[in-house]
Design a protein around this ligand. Sequence first.
Ligand SMILES: Nc1ncnc2c1ncn2[C@@H]1O[C@H](COP(=O)(O)OP(=O)(O)O)[C@@H](O)[C@H]1O
Ligand SMILES: O=P(O)(O)OC[C@H]1O[C@](O)(COP(=O)(O)O)[C@@H](O)[C@@H]1O
Ligand SMILES: [Mg+2]
Length: 530
Amino acid sequence: MEASISLLGSTKPRLSSLVPSSNVLHRRDFPLPALKLKKVSVLPRILQQKRLIRAQCSDGFKPEEDDGFVLEDVPHLTKFLPDLPSYPNPLKESQAYAIVKRTFVSSEDVVAQNIVVQKGSKRGVHFRRAGPRERVYFRSDEVKACIVTCGGLCPGINTVIREIVCGLNNMYGVNNILGIQGGYGGFYSKNTMTLTPKVVNDIHKRGGTFLQTSRGGHDTVKIVDNIQDRGINQVYIIGGDGTQKGAEKIYQEVERRGLQVAVSGIPKTIDNDIAVIDKSFGFDTAVEEAQRAINAAHVEVESVENGVGIVKLMGRYSGFIAMIATLANRDVDCCLIPESPFFLEGKGGLFEFIEQRLKENRHMVIVIAEGAGQDYVAQSMRVSETKDASGNRLLLDVGLWLTQQIKDHFTNVRKMMINMKYIDPTYMIRAIPSNASDNVYCTLLAQSAVHGAMAGYSGFTVGPVNSRHAYIPISRVTEMTNTVKLTDRMWARLLASTNQPSFLTGEGALQNVIDMETQEKIDNIKISSI
Ligand SMILES: Nc1ncnc2c1ncn2[C@@H]1O[C@H](COP(=O)(O)OP(=O)(O)O)[C@@H](O)[C@H]1O
Ligand SMILES: O=P(O)(O)OC[C@H]1O[C@](O)(COP(=O)(O)O)[C@@H](O)[C@@H]1O
Ligand SMILES: [Mg+2]
């Protein structure tokens, strides 16, 4: 049996850096013989720092020689605490699971990242399947867990908090659970609160986060000092890409200090910009809520002469909410997202399209993601870039800017009377409670996180990959942002449904073509690295 690690990257690897904490093949579960290192390709400059390390494993599955099977594994506490005792999983005694055929997930169960395959193709990347394991590495009465929420809001955070508390308590008999208030900074600057199933009983019916949140304030050493001082041994971290980067640092510090602490990340983002997972929780709820704003815009512009409605939706770097809300609605004439640069003037531009639609229909609706056209807006406003406490770029209000540009053009240049209606429902969309299907999704995420932590995994993220929940190395979800691929069919479906210009031809299109080429290169790398 043979196993090897392949490194995609430009720098010469050191052995220690090749086996990162997030990618250790766990010998007990998945016993591996010697590891062989292989440098397989050099990425273009744009991705050079983002080294993708993957471990190829042929053990356990007894695959054919070099069938291309790759397991991207998550770390286990026994990696640095080899003598850690394990215990039978208390779920064995659970009445609820009494007649379940297979209560426990086998160490050989994995989830394939790619499910569309060609006959004879390599098996590709896999992640460990999430779920309860036969043996756990914590005694229930020894567990002291904490939960923290960081970054922006999204529907469903309270459901995840509730289900971590109830999952720990109902499935594993854990009674000691703390809420860290106000995000990462709360570890060292605020009091904790005690969380019980009773305390969190109906929080899933409310939007926001019961624990409060914040941006900025991540201080790894202070946070881990606090974890150590309080005797916390399970840390559940709910947050987006920035938060998950922070979770990775906390795990690394935990490992450096040799602490028996399970660090579990639960990906949260309204923008759906987290890589690898199918979709982030709260996204469907947000898309549904966006329909109300789009419908309102449509009613308004339909009721007046030459009505032009603009609805601004969230999406800092990724236009998923705008794209899916547009596709779902069918009253939208044009959707503008950060991934697809647009231009206003001249042939093939937005002004020309608006005029054409007004002639045809006497009204039109534009949906714009808040991150769209930022460089364009910045050029015309000459403003310097500012950042929030977490280092995220603060966006210029593209919705207001576009409203003004359209007004000026039609009133002053085209001498046409138009009726502009601008709707900005951004915070309303992310502040609501999650819908029924997101609630179920949040429950599965929370329970997967609890099972993973109890099973002794640490430094991992949970999430569905092709509809199956998996344990994913944190670095895999932070190294790339999930964005709308203009070269995928979904964007083509949108263009076909709105019949809007693609902004790839015409006077303002040169830069767009360059951006498309860059995007295509990135897509090709992602595809070839799978
Ligand atoms: N690279 C990073 N390393 C450590 N912590 C980070 C990093 N980026 C962001 N954070 C922390 O994660 C938290 C949330 O980050 P933010 O980007 O605001 O939201 P989100 O996690 O939802 O994307 C903040 O407390 C921030 O300090
Ligand atoms: O005003 P806030 O709270 O900083 O949030 C605004 C940003 O938060 C987002 O919802 C994304 O938040 P996250 O990075 O926390 O996922 C963006 O869509 C938006 O630009
Ligand atoms: Mg983010």
